[in-house]
Design a protein around this ligand. Structure first.
Ligand code: HAM
Length: 424
């Protein structure tokens, strides 16, 4: 039986790598005073149609949508932002918590995308949303946090691409300019683009068809249509980024593929030493109308999400995956039935005291047990035989130094505590 196309398993060392990445991201989000929230994987399809937008490829082509037994249209979340906003509107957290609401999240998302390098159908995102404050300092703080996370992971050569797609007035003017530009071409463009032309001409810029990309190359850029306020906001943000020495590149073509964005949009790119380009490792932006669109008050927001698979891939390529910590790891080696009873009990004590402890269930020779311990990379073995049982003692062997001592059974936990090696 094969796994579903576009999904992947995480074997123990990969799962450990994912966890160390996620722990680092969680830690930094917490330092920025963000709190974790969790939302359902399934949501009403309508949430994404209204939230992410019915002109986006994500909603039009990539959602896993089905009818449940009561004929309700349900979708697996293709991203987090819409669900997070639904959560805060449903729970009215904006009325009880201090603004801005600062939430972080992580978990699987689903897109029926074409699987290729760095592109899965089930993948994991880690992200943040800050809702309820429109200061451009808030935008800068969010970008600063994302950048700090990537630097903390060791991705020093990360490229921040940033642009402004302006306020409503800017985008209305830009959409009109795009319509004028594409009008003489649209009959020769793909069927998707014809629909995009009607629904939202901005989405034509996401088209992947080569001939259409060529036509779009000379399309007007959004920067030419920014209102005075949007231009000022964007310049203020860029000035602060420069002041804080966060390197960026203004990408005048960056508009992002989800419909909720306004003003600042950004993406992080990183090409690993092996030359692999997995696509953007993260992206985000400001949104003005999403909270209102989903039934809440008129609150702006800004956020970003990283693709955890892509972070893992670039870190692995560049040998930057955080090392597994040096954990005390004990392997119990009981010889005989009575010893097994004592060993399982002692293992439980050690585990409850924070020591990773494994146990040999089989009635095998000591030499075979040592081989198993070595394979499991245990640091210590605890040997319990008939002699030890009779004397209420165990033998603790340091498997690196190949030294061993006898310790009374009741003092084993103390012995490890004195070594100072509490595993976390
Ligand atoms: P997004 O750019 O669609 O933004 O996705 C964020 C990140 O998810 C991408 O930069 C990429 O690393 C990863 N990603 C996207 N598609 C795939 C895929 N098929 N396979 C693996 N990784 C992928 C959002 O989802 C927005 N919700 C971000 C945001 C938060 N904007 C505001 N707040």
């Amino acid at each position: 039986m094969q796994n579903v196309k576009g999904t992947h398993d995480l074997l123990p060392n990969e799962a450990a790598g994912f966890e160390s990445i996620e722990n680092l991201l969680k830690g930094i989000a917490t330092y920025y005073a963000y709190k974790q929230v969790r939302t359902p994987v399934i949501e009403p399809s309508e949430l994404f149609v209204r939230g992410v937008g019915n002109s986006s490829d994500v909603v039009r082509k990539e959602m896993y949508t089905f009818l449940d037994k009561a004929d309700r249209s349900i979708s697996l979340r293709p991203e987090f932002t819409a669900g997070i906003i639904r959560m805060l509107v449903n729970n009215k957290t904006y009325a009880t918590e201090e603004l801005p609401l600062k939430y972080f999240y992580l978990g699987p998302v689903f897109r029926y995308d074409r699987p290729q390098l760095g592109r899965y159908r089930q993948f994991n995102q880690f992200g943040v949303e800050s809702v309820g404050n429109n200061s451009y300092f808030n935008d800068v703080e969010v970008i600063m946090m994302a950048y700090s996370m990537l630097i903390s992971l060791g991705l020093n050569g990360v490229k921040l691409k940033i642009n402004s797609i302006g306020d409503d007035a800017s985008r209305d003017a830009y959409r009109k300019a795009l319509k004028d530009y594409f009008a003489p071409h649209i009959d020769h463009m793909c069927e998707d683009c014809k629909q995009r032309y009607e629904l939202n001409p901005l989405r034509i810029l996401d088209c992947k068809v080569e001939e259409d990309i060529k036509i779009a190359e000379n399309a007007p850029i959004v920067g030419q249509y920014l209102s005075k306020e949007s231009e000022e906001r964007f310049n203020n943000i860029l000035a602060l980024l420069s002041e804080y020495e966060i390197p960026y590149e203004v990408d005048p073509h960056l508009v992002r593929g989800l419909d909720y964005y306004s003003e600042t949009v950004f993406e992080f790119h990183y090409v690993s030493a092996t030359g692999n380009n997995y696509g953007a490792i993260g992206g985000g932006g400001h949104y003005h109308k999403l909270v209102k669109e989903l039934g809440g008050p008129d609150l702006p927001g800004i956020g970003f999400s990283f693709g955890v698979e892509r972070l893992y891939s670039v870190l692995k390529d560049d040998n930057l995956l955080p090392e597994d910590e040096d954990k005390v790891f004990i392997y119990m080696m009981p010889m005989g039935l009575q010893a097994r009873k004592v060993a399982l009990n002692l293992a439980s004590d050690l585990r409850m005291s924070g020591y990773i402890t494994d146990y040999c269930f089989d009635d095998c020779k000591l030499s075979a047990m040592f081989k198993r311990a070595e394979k499991k990379q245990a640091k210590y073995a605890i040997i319990i035989g008939e002699n030890e049982i009779n004397n209420d003692k165990v033998v603790i062997k340091d498997l690196n130094k190949q030294e061993q001592i006898e310790v009374p059974t009741s003092e084993v936990v103390d012995f490890f505590d004195k070594l100072g090696g509490i595993a976390d």
